[in-house]
Design a protein around this ligand. Structure first.
Ligand code: SAM
Length: 461
């Protein structure tokens, strides 16, 4: 709500006195000035503040805080000293429990008020939880010092991050070793020259973030390396302490995609093992390669997978669509009759096949291929499933995918990291006769605005 503004025609540079209403999906606080939406970075609901308009559109403005007149009771001190400069956490200044309720409301707004959105389940660990790290690397103009960290919001300038409390210390240490010792140059987006583009690390939770169980991949701006440089770079990688194994990914294209297709394993292991415990006490083990998708927060993932399992009917024949290394399919396999997994990433499929065996699963099939094509094939073969577990990438499913899924099952357990595309897909499935009882949020990304959701869609019989 607006507290004090003398004019209704706003312009950039105007300073408004506002009370913040809520947090929004992109992480910003929302206040209203004469009905006009003002999104304010790092603003907490119930803050009374002065904010300067920095960007103006027809129906909304972006603003930055000039002064907090009365801080909200939900404000806390960010625990990271570089929270403001970094930008990869959005809500460290918000009390964790209150942030979870804001996430619930974000889901509610994406769906509308006719839907039952349950309280968001917390992540069992809210610091040191991000076990997959993808840091861009660049260098300073003059001294050519290596900068490794995260891009500042809406920019390609890097904040050099020596310590991140969201990651385990062992990963911070590996990044810091590379920062201090890499001498082969880093990528420059303007000239498209320079070697090191990204450092990617994947750690398992087994040893609580202690060293030794991390896979390191360096992404290089090259199709291949000349002999001398190859020898030097591989020698360097062999000397990086506390890694389980190292690889190179060759990515000479100027794109936002981190990995290109060509990987070369250099030393150590080509995989790590992640062990996770279900609420039943059962432990599951997953073999994961650097190329395969796996949830960044395995602590929160146990909660998520248990929520999926609670929604599975015992003895069900299940299609685990977009199945990755088999994380969810295997988790529910002890209550199911049979699991069929479909995944397009070749390495993930190799991991999945081994993971089913590793976890003693008896009845499963694993298919490499595009989900839509595979679903169409199942429909042609008149093959049906008691549940389809649907866990697509952020963009959700296209209409054709939903159309064909509705032909092969009457029950979809939809897992999504994007409430907006989930709500869109749920509404499309409702047009096909499905209905959704409730939506359960799970916090996998503490201190950010992101939230994972699980919902069941059943077709009336
Ligand atoms: C959000 S991840 C979920 C993986 C898995 N369910 C888990 O929890 O670990 C989505 C997965 O879908 C795969 N994928 C993306 N597009 C696909 C497609 N068109 N067909 C099959 N798999 C696809 C990705 O490689 C990734 O492994």
């Amino acid at each position: 709500m607006i507290i004090k503004s003398e004019k209704k025609q706003f312009k950039c540079g105007d300073i408004l006195e506002l009370e913040v209403d809520k947090l929004t999906y992109q992480g910003w606080g929302l206040a209203r000035a004469d009905g006009f939406a003002v999104f304010i970075k790092n603003a907490c609901p119930k803050d009374i503040l002065k904010a300067r308009i920095v960007k103006l559109n027809k129906s909304y403005a972006h603003a930055e805080i000039v002064e907090i007149i009365k801080p909200s009771e939900h404000r806390v001190k960010p625990f990271c000293p570089i929270f403001n400069a970094c930008g990869s956490c959005h809500w460290q200044f918000v009390d964790y429990a209150f942030g979870l309720e804001q996430k619930r409301q974000i889901i509610q707004e994406a769906f509308g008020h006719d839907y039952n959105v349950l309280p968001v389940l917390p992540s069992p660990q809210t610091k040191n939880y991000r076990l997959k790290v993808q840091c861009p690397a660049r260098e300073t103009k003059v001294s050519k010092r290596l900068l490794v960290g995260y891009f500042k919001e809406k920019s390609h300038d890097i904040t050099d991050i020596k310590y991140c409390p969201i990651q385990p210390e062992s990963l911070n240490d590996i990044v810091d070793y590379i920062r201090k010792n890499w001498s082969f140059g880093a990528y420059n987006e303007k000239t498209k020259k320079g070697l090191l583009k990204h450092i990617v690390l994947r750690q398992s939770s087994n040893n609580k973030g202690k060293s030794g169980e991390a896979l390191l991949t360096v992404v290089l701006n090259a199709r291949e390396l000349k002999k001398r440089q190859y020898e030097e770079v591989t020698e360097f990688l062999k000397g990086v302490p506390n890694t389980a194994g190292c690889s190179i990914n060759y990515n000479p294209e100027n794109t936002n995609v981190i990995f290109a297709d060509k990987f070369e394993h250099i030393c150590g292991r080509e995989f790590i093992f992640e062990k996770m415990k279900s609420f039943s006490g059962r432990e599951f083990t997953y073999k994961i390669s650097p190329q395969s998708f796996f949830q960044v927060n395995p602590y929160g993932a146990s909660v998520l997978f248990d929520e999926v399992k609670k929604r599975v009917r015992p003895g069900a024949n299940i299609l685990d669509a977009y199945g990755g290394v088999g994380a969810i399919g295997i988790w529910v396999s002890d209550v199911a009759k049979n699991i069929v997994l479909v995944e397009e990433n070749e390495e993930a499929v190799k991991n999945a096949k081994e993971n089913f065996k590793l976890n003693g699963c008896k009845s499963y099939e694993v298919f490499l291929g595009d989900a839509k094509e595979k679903f169409k094939q199942f429909a042609r073969e008149k093959r049906s499933f008691d549940h389809v577990i649907l866990d697509p990438p952020r963009k959700g499913c296209d209409k054709e995918v939903l159309e064909v899924i509705s032909k092969i099952t009457d029950s979809i357990i939809y897992v999504s990291c994007n409430p907006q595309t989930l709500a869109r897909d749920v509404k499309l499935l409702e047009e096909k006769g499905f209905s959704c009882k409730d939506i359960q949020g799970v916090d996998m990304f503490a201190h950010t605005y992101h939230v994972e959701c699980v919902t069941v869609l059943e077709k009336a019989k």
